[in-house]
Write a protein that binds this ligand. Structure first.
Ligand code: ADP
Length: 310
């Protein structure tokens, strides 16, 4: 599988590094408007490859994306001091107006995988700019938040995160919704499992896990400026599901026809990912409070996305 990465900054290069080491892609091409950066990242990652796999890693212009099965879009500009989120969004939309057209010219059959934040809005913008079916425009969304949710639940219950099934829905950001009512340890609701093994499952425990998931990124940003390894590995996991047609259930962002009364909005729900991109989506069962919270998240995303003209 050939993977293109547009934006060879911290997130794009971390995704490329994970893909290369895990041997998920046979070929990775990095593109950046800063071509020296793209070349340097490609060489650095290429030097790691012989220890673990045999992926070819190179830097190129957009024409180098020809034949790519998946193109990760991680290009973007960072927030200037005093800049509003909406102004930043407008500048990133401008980046995508150029990038999406160039990518489609070189790789018209690729699945687009969006990592640039605010990822749900950028997914909506990419869907509109590209004219591709929604199944081929995938945002990393809450894949990382969901992994964090499973990991904290698993730690509390003393079981592997892989045995915990729990999803974070809606926006990848402040309005996200932790779907507690459907969270399961194996096939048992987490609250019953906690009761069975004598672990507390109090409001305090729930609040601590909720905070841990919601504030994970803020904590990392405080310590090191930005987050990239986690999302890089998450992006590699999505590409792995596509490469092997694995039909994995992952919480990712995509245009959603109708959810909790809001139509045509890009947000995260669990989706089945295979070689065609999104194979199908699962509308989760929610309690009343979760449905209301998801409605607020969806409404906020829709209002913000609608404000950006294509
Ligand atoms: P992040 O932490 O989100 O990866 P970075 O600033 O490290 O943020 O990376 C973003 C990358 O996107 C930078 O390397 C930048 O040069 C690149 N970029 C910005 N605008 C464009 C563009 N129009 N085309 C290609 N790459 C771009």
């Amino acid at each position: 599988m050939k993977v293109g990465v547009v934006g060879a900054g911290m997130v794009g290069s971390s995704a490329a590094f994970a893909l290369a080491l895990l041997g998920i892609a046979s070929e990775i091409t990095l593109v950046d408007r800063n071509s020296d950066l793209a070349v340097a990242q490609a060489e650095d990652i290429a030097h790691a490859v012989p220890f673990h796999s045999h992926t070819i890693v190179q830097a190129a212009g957009y024409d180098g994306l020809s034949g790519a099965d998946v193109v990760i879009l991680a290009a973007g500009v960072s927030q200037k001091p005093g800049e509003t989120r909406l102004a930043l969004l407008e500048r990133n939309a401008e980046v995508f107006r150029q990038v999406v057209a160039e990518v489609l010219k070189a790789a018209p059959d690729a699945i687009l995988l969006i990592a640039t934040n605010p990822v749900d809005i950028m997914t909506d913008i990419t869907f509109r700019l590209s004219g591709l079916p929604a199944s081929r425009v995938i945002g990393s969304g809450t894949i990382l938040d969901s992994a964090r949710f499973r990991s904290l639940l698993g730690r509390h219950l003393g079981i592997s995160p892989q045995s915990v099934h729990a999803h974070v829905l809606g926006e990848h950001g402040d309005s996200e919704v932790l779907a507690w009512s459907s969270a399961q340890a194996g096939s048992t609701p987490v609250a019953s499992f906690a009761a069975q093994i004598g672990k507390p499952f109090t409001d305090e425990v729930i609040a601590a896990i909720d905070n841990g998931v919601r504030n994970a990124a803020y904590k990392i940003i405080n310590g090191k400026g930005s987050t990239y390894y986690g999302i890089g590995a998450g992006l590699a996991r999505i590409v792995k599901a596509i490469a092997g047609d694995r039909r994995e259930l992952l919480s990712v962002s995509a245009m959603t026809r109708d959810i909790v009364g809001v139509t045509d909005v890009a947000l995260s729900i669990p989706r089945v990912i295979g070689s065609a991109g999104i194979v199908t989506e699962l509308i989760p069962e929610l309690n009343e409070a979760e449905a209301e919270a998801l409605n607020r998240s969806a409404t906020l995303l829709k209002t913000t996305a609608t404000a950006v003209q294509i």
